[in-house]
Design a protein around this ligand. Structure first.
Ligand code: ADP
Ligand code: ASP
Ligand code: MG
Length: 406
C-alpha cells in the first residue's frame, strides 16, 4: 500500500535531546505504518551549530569558510545517525545519509552554497527497499568533493529541494511552534497562528527576520510551487500551509510583524557625489560575499553625501574592513559602525491596495517615543531601523496597532 512520498524536516529544537529524537522516531514510524514513503531531513541537535561556530571563533576568528563547512556539517551527521538508530530500535528499517552521499551537488560558495543538482538514485533505491531515508540537512558537496553548507537554517532548503526533486506529495516542516504566527510568539504571546500564507508574504517575513523558515527555501518552494506545512513536533495539530494564493473576502492589510536583531549599520561620511561611487562600494561588498540589506543615501550638499547601509551582524567586522578600504580609495570621510540597531517590519500583500499604512506604522512608533533611523519599503512590506533596546516594545505596539491579536 503506497500512499505516496512525504518529506518531513525536523529542526534543531525537535531533536534537541535523546527523548525528543525518540519522539521524532515514533512520529516517523507512525507515518510509515500508514503506508507513506518517507524522506526525513534533520538539523543538528539543539544549539549544536551555534556551539560549533563559537568553538571555531575561539581557535581563529577569521577561520576559512571551507573549514567552517567541514566543521558545521558534522552537527547534522550526528543527528541523522541517532535518528536512524532510534527508528531501528522501534523495529523499522531506516538509513541515514550525508548530503554528499545523496548527491546534493552545490557550487563552491562555502557557508552559503547554492544547490546545482540532486542525484536522487541512492534515495530512490533505499525507498524502494522500504527504508525510511534520513538525510542530513543544511549540507551538500561540490563537484570536487568539498563539503559545503547552505546558509543558516539551510535544512529547510534541503527539505524543499528534496520535495521538489522527488515529487513529494507534501513537505512538512516540524519545529517548536505550531506554525507561522502573526509575529514571533516568543516576543508577543498574543500572536495568532496563521492558517494559510502566500509564498510572497512568507518570503518577505523570512527575509526580514522571521527565523521560522529560511528565506531561500521559500524562494525554491515558490519557484516550483511546492506546498509546505509548518507545524509543531510536540503535538499533532494542523499548522500553517504556505501556498501560492490565499483567497479572502476582504484582504487583511498587514499579515505579520517581523523583527531582525542580527543587523548592523555602517555609514560612510562625506562620500564624493559622482557617478559610479555607489556601484564601486556595493560591488566590492557583494564580490566579497557580503549581503547588503538596506541602503540609504542622503541628498548631497556641497557635492558630498553620507551613505548608510545595513548588513548581517555576523559580517559586520569584515564589511567595515572592506568599507574602510574603499572609503580611503574614494577619499571619503569616516566610516562609522553601529550594532545597537534592529530592523522592525510589517508585511502583507494587502498593502498594495491600501494607503496610509506607512503613516500608521510611523505614528504608532512615535507614540512610544521610538526614533526611526532608516526606512525602506517594498510593495508588500515596510521596514524601520530603530534602536535595539526598543525592539520588543515596537513588535508589540505594531502587532496591536494593526489588529493582529484579534
Ligand atoms: P528549527 O530549529 O525548528 O529550525 P527555528 O529556531 O529555526 O526552528 O525557528 C523557529 C522559531 O522561529 C520559533 O521558535 C520562533 O521563536 C521563531 N519565529 C520568529 N518569527 C516567527 C513567526 N512569525 N512565526 C513563528 N515562529 C517565529
Ligand atoms: N543546523 C543549521 C543551523 O543551525 C541548519 C538548520 O538548522 O536548518 O543553521
Ligand atoms: Mg530553522
Amino acid at each position: 500500500m503506497h500512499k505516496g512520498l512525504i518529506v518531513q524536516k525536523f529542526g534543531g529544537s525537535s531533536v534537541a535531546n535523546l527523548g525528543r529524537i525518540q519522539r521524532v522516531a515514533k512520529r516517523v514510524v507512525s507515518y510509515k505504518k500508514k503506508g507513506y514513503d518517507l524522506v526525513v531531513v534533520v538539523s543538528a541537535l539543539g544549539d549544536t551549530t551555534d556551539e560549533l561556530i563559537t568553538l571555531a571563533n575561539k581557535i581563529n576568528a577569521e577561520a576559512s569558510e571551507r573549514e567552517m563547512d567541514m566543521l558545521l556539517s558534522t552537527g547534522e551527521q550526528i543527528s541523522v545517525a541517532l535518528l536512524a538508530m532510534a527508528i531501528h530500535k522501534l523495529g523499522f528499517e531506516a538509513i541515514s545519509f550525508t548530503g554528499a552521499q545523496v548527491g546534493i551537488i552545490t557550487d563552491t560558495n562555502h557557508t552559503r552554497a547554492r544547490i546545482l543538482k540532486i542525484n536522487t538514485e541512492r534515495i530512490k533505491e533505499a525507498l524502494h527497499k522500504g527504508r525510511v531515508v534520513i538525510v542530513a540537512g543544511f549540507q551538500g558537496v561540490t563537484l570536487n568533493q568539498d563539503i559545503t553548507t547552505l546558509g543558516r537554517g539551510g535544512s529547510d532548503l534541503t527539505a524543499v529541494a528534496l520535495a521538489k526533486e522527488l515529487n513529494a506529495r507534501d513537505c512538512e516542516i516540524y519545529t517548536d511552534v505550531e506554525g507561522i504566527f502573526t509575529t514571533d510568539p516568543r516576543i508577543e504571546p498574543k500572536a495568532k497562528k496563521i492558517k494559510t500564507i502566500t509564498y510572497d508574504e512568507m518570503l518577505e517575513m523570512a527575509s526580514l527576520g522571521a527565523q521560522v523558515m529560511q528565506a531561500r527555501s521559500i524562494e525554491v518552494a515558490k519557484k516550483f510551487n511546492i506546498p509546505i506545512h509548518v507545524r509543531s513536533s510536540f503535538n499533532h495539530k494542523t499548522g500553517t500551509r504556505i501556498i501560492k494564493e490565499v483567497k479572502k473576502m476582504e484582504e487583511v492589510v498587514v499579515t505579520g510583524v517581523t523583527l531582525n536583531k542580527n543587523t548592523a549599520k555602517i555609514t560612510i561620511c562625506n562620500v564624493p557625489d559622482r557617478p559610479g561611487v555607489a556601484a564601486l562600494i556595493f560591488k566590492e561588498l557583494s564580490g566579497n560575499g557580503i549581503n547588503v540589506e538596506m541602503i540609504v543615501q542622503n541628498v548631497s550638499r556641497l557635492r558630498q553625501t553620507d551613505i548608510s547601509f545595513t548588513v548581517d551582524s555576523s559580517s559586520l567586522a569584515r564589511a567595515v574592513k572592506l568599507t574602510r578600504n574603499i572609503a580611503r580609495k574614494l577619499k571619503a570621510g569616516e566610516v562609522l559602525e553601529d550594532n545597537r540597531i534592529a530592523c522592525i517590519s510589517i508585511v502583507g500583500v494587502g498593502m498594495k491596495s491600501h494607503h496610509g499604512v506607512a503613516a500608521t506604522m510611523f505614528s504608532a512608533l512615535a507614540t512610544k517615543r521610538i526614533n526611526i533611523e532608516m526606512i525602506s519599503t517594498s510593495d508588500i512590506s515596510i521596514s524601520c531601523i530603530i534602536e535595539k533596546k526598543h525592539a520588543e516594545i515596537a513588535v508589540k505596539t505594531l502587532h496591536e496597532k494593526f489588529g493582529l491579536a484579534k
